[in-house]
Design a protein around this ligand. Structure first.
Ligand code: PCA
Length: 209
């Protein structure tokens, strides 16, 4: 699924979320991405895409969109259960250790994302500036040292490998689950707050590229 808004002649921003997984009916990342799209006013055009929670398909779909749209900025967004703050992911690691099967029933354990490839890639986003800018909104935010070892980390890894040296700013952000997804007392964030944080991240990066 992809949605284009504010069509322009310049390279767009590509923002992705994920389909529901782990028995959930929604994915907080896709709710937040849709909210960003709904309230987007440019001037850069925005393309959003929902990725399947699949080790095989998600990177392929994402990299197809990168090739098709040639965006100036790519931010992939996922949902992180148990977290209470928006997580600006610092590093993608070349490890898969799935605790649950993906959408295709695959559950790799202790495998590389890509055999023989570098151990990791750092985010291409200006994390410190993004952290400061999101903090000013009051939305809880942190720089995270691990995007996990599931589909999000694998997508982050393949994204960074694909854009290396290509002049495309790229990175990964995890958002907490929404209050509707969790039991009382568990960490959550309302979609407008997550969307605000994403919008501020995009604006901060665009201001510098
Ligand atoms: N979160 C999972 C995969 C899809 C998503 O939204 C993760 O953190 O790997």
């Amino acid at each position: 699924m992809s949605v284009g808004t504010s069509r322009g002649s310049e390279a767009p921003v590509l923002l992705t979320g994920f389909a529901p997984f782990d028995g959930q009916r929604v994915n907080a990342s896709w709710l937040a991405v849709q909210e960003v799209a709904r309230t987007w006013s440019g001037p850069t055009s925005l393309v959003v895409e929902r990725l399947p929670v699949s080790f095989e398909s998600a990177p392929r779909v994402l990299l197809e969109k990168v090739a098709r749209y040639r965006p100036r900025l790519v931010v992939a967004v996922g949902e992180a259960g148990g977290r209470s703050a928006v997580s600006l992911e610092r590093v993608a690691v070349n490890v898969v250790d799935a605790s649950i099967p993906d959408a295709d029933g695959h559950q790799p354990v202790d495998e590389p994302v890509e055999a023989g490839a570098p151990v990791g890639y750092l985010s291409g986003l200006p994390l410190r500036a993004c952290l400061a800018a999101v903090r000013r909104t009051g939305v809880p935010v942190e720089i995270s040292g691990s995007a996990g070892a599931y589909v999000c980390n694998a997508v982050f890894y393949r994204l960074m490998a694909a854009v290396e040296g290509g002049g495309i700013a790229a990175g990964f952000v995890h958002v907490p689950r929404t209050p509707g997804q969790v039991r009382e007392g568990e960490p959550a964030m309302v979609t407008p707050d997550a969307a605000l944080a994403l919008r501020v991240v995009l604006d901060t990066v665009l201001a510098g590229v």
